[in-house]
Design a protein around this ligand. Structure first.
Ligand code: 4AD
Ligand code: MG
Length: 482
């Protein structure tokens, strides 16, 4: 008999037909009622054992966590809580589960404990919901871009350049660590290395995406990126997935519109397609918030927060305006910020970003036109702006409640002379980026793009507080388990 997935069974009418289902036991009540889950949906299927004819040796092995198969008749359910159930005619045990040894127990377990058991945490309701939603978000991202005529470009994971110029790279080498070849000056000789030069894991696919956009028009990347920054926070990973659209003939405003449309589209997709999983995560978050003091609890439930983002325009303002708001803010005047906001030119800390989003505007915020000195070399230089103390670039960051920066992007510097001058100021050798500069030499055009941190998006949509709980096997300082 053909096995049916539980999601499919729950969509069908009970027609008194025979079915075969397979899954893991979530609960076993009164030695008769099995709650079975196969991952295809958040809902369990009730399988009822025929007490008179069941083999006691088999019934004895039906334990929380065991993998089983059941054949039986699909009927309308007599009990509450489900519309259909399977009256089992035979049960097969595929894998026993000894509860005395199984780390997971049929009760609520802490997220910290589950992180240490990340190889098994998919089995919990919370994590299976998170990973189903993560999948749906990835699908929605591809659908959004495909429907708009973007091409998915696969940019390299191993590169020789530092796209962000922040020097936070993991080196890739096959040179012997104990005795590497040396140059006459005594430095490690990377010309002997695998690629004949020094290489690293990519921090961003943007530079290569720009090359694609200047011929294909609209492209996007969606792949893993790596940052060797020693950040032990709930929003940083050493390996994370980034979505980077790059669009020809596009300015900063078009870029902001694209980012806002995309975020609203994918969140709406989840609201429309993942209600059952959202409910599990909304209840989990409510439970978590109960342990917080009243004034730190969120005013909105998880789904209300998602609706709020899809139904309201994001607030757009310049960095310079934001600094003024922060300088005048109560926490700044009362010395409540860990990093006091003194003046124009400093980078915003996450406490400042969260103040703007959560307290001042109470909605997603897009900050633009940052000081050139705190942004990457490739951003387009603005004409001097009225009342702004220093040079700025056509950058935009999108800040989300509870997350802070979720998107970072800009219009790109398409003018060869300006780009070269900026690279010179920032000590970036032209020789290394000759290929990037070539696009400005031959048929350059205005273009723009952004990077969306996929895990930060999953965090926002699932309401999970720690970024380590929205990627299957998180990599962060001191940890590369599994
Ligand atoms: O702001 P970032 O560094 O921008 C870039 O890499 C550009 N090249 C993007 C572009 O314009 N194509 O990173 C973009 C986003 C951030 O806004 C954040 O959401 C996420 O990537 N991000 C991280 N997510 C998790 N862990 C980290 N360590 C992250 N660093 C950045
Ligand atoms: Mg950034």
């Amino acid at each position: 008999m053909q096995r049916l997935k539980i999601a499919e069974i729950l969509r069908t009418e009970p027609v008194n037909t025979s079915v075969l289902v397979k899954g893991w036991v979530k609960a076993f009540r009164n030695n008769q009622f099995i709650a079975l889950n196969d991952g295809s949906t958040a809902s369990n299927l009730q399988v009822v054992i025929d007490l008179e004819n069941a083999d006691p040796a088999i019934v004895d092995r039906i334990k929380f966590g065991a993998a089983i198969g059941a054949t039986g008749i699909l009927v309308e359910s007599q009990g509450k809580g489900q519309t259909v159930e399977v009256k089992a005619e035979s049960i097969e045990i595929y894998g026993d589960c000894n509860l005395d040894e199984f780390p997971l127990q049929p009760k609520r377990q802490s997220l910290e404990f589950l992180r240490e058991n990340a190889h098994l945490r998919f089995r919990t309701n919370t994590f299976s919901a998170v990973f189903r939603i993560r999948h749906a978000l990835a699908f929605a991202v591809h659908k959004f871009f495909n429907d708009r005529g973007f091409y998915y470009l696969h940019t390299p994971v191993i590169t020789a350049s530092d796209a962000e110029g922040a020097g936070e790279m993991f080196r890739v080498t096959t040179l012997p660590l104990e005795n590497p070849p040396r140059t006459e000056q005594g430095e490690i000789d990377f010309s002997e290395d695998f690629f004949g030069r020094s290489t690293n894991l990519t921090v961003s696919g943007q530079l290569e995406a720009e090359l694609g956009a200047l011929a294909l028009g609209d492209v996007y990347t969606f792949g893993p990126t790596f940052r060797a920054e020693n950040s032990n926070t709930t929003r940083h990973l050493a390996e994370f997935w980034m979505i980077e659209p790059e669009v020809a003939f596009c300015d900063l405003t078009d870029n902001m519109n694209l980012a806002e449309d995309m975020l609203q589209y994918v969140i709406k997709y989840i609201l429309e397609n993942c209600a059952a999983d959202l409910k599990i995560l909304e209840d989990r978050l409510l439970e978590e918030e109960k342990s917080k003091p009243q004034d730190q609890r969120s005013e909105l439930s998880l789904t209300e927060k998602l609706h709020f983002v899809t139904e309201n325009k994001f607030e757009r303002l310049t960095y310079t305006e934001a600094i003024q708001i922060l300088k005048d803010s109560k926490p700044n005047k009362k010395g409540k910020f860990q990093f006091p906001v003194e003046g124009w030119g400093t980078d915003l800390q996450s406490e400042h970003e969260r103040y703007l989003v959560e307290k001042h505007f109470k909605k997603p915020v897009v900050l633009t036109n940052y000081p050139a000195a705190i942004k990457a070399f490739y951003m387009r230089q603005d004409e001097p702006l009225e009342g702004v103390p220093g040079p700025t670039v056509a950058a935009m960051d999108i800040l989300f409640p509870g997350i802070g920066e979720i998107v970072g992007g800009s219009q790109r510097e398409e003018r060869l002379d300006k780009l070269k001058q900026r690279m010179h100021e920032m000590d970036i050798p032209e020789k290394e980026l000759f290929w990037y500069l070539d696009t400005r030499r031959f048929g350059t055009c205005p273009h723009a793009g952004f990077g969306l941190g996929f895990e930060r998006l999953v965090q926002f949509v699932t309401g999970m507080t720690n970024i380590r709980d929205v990627i299957a096997f998180p990599r962060y300082p001191g940890s590369a388990e599994f």
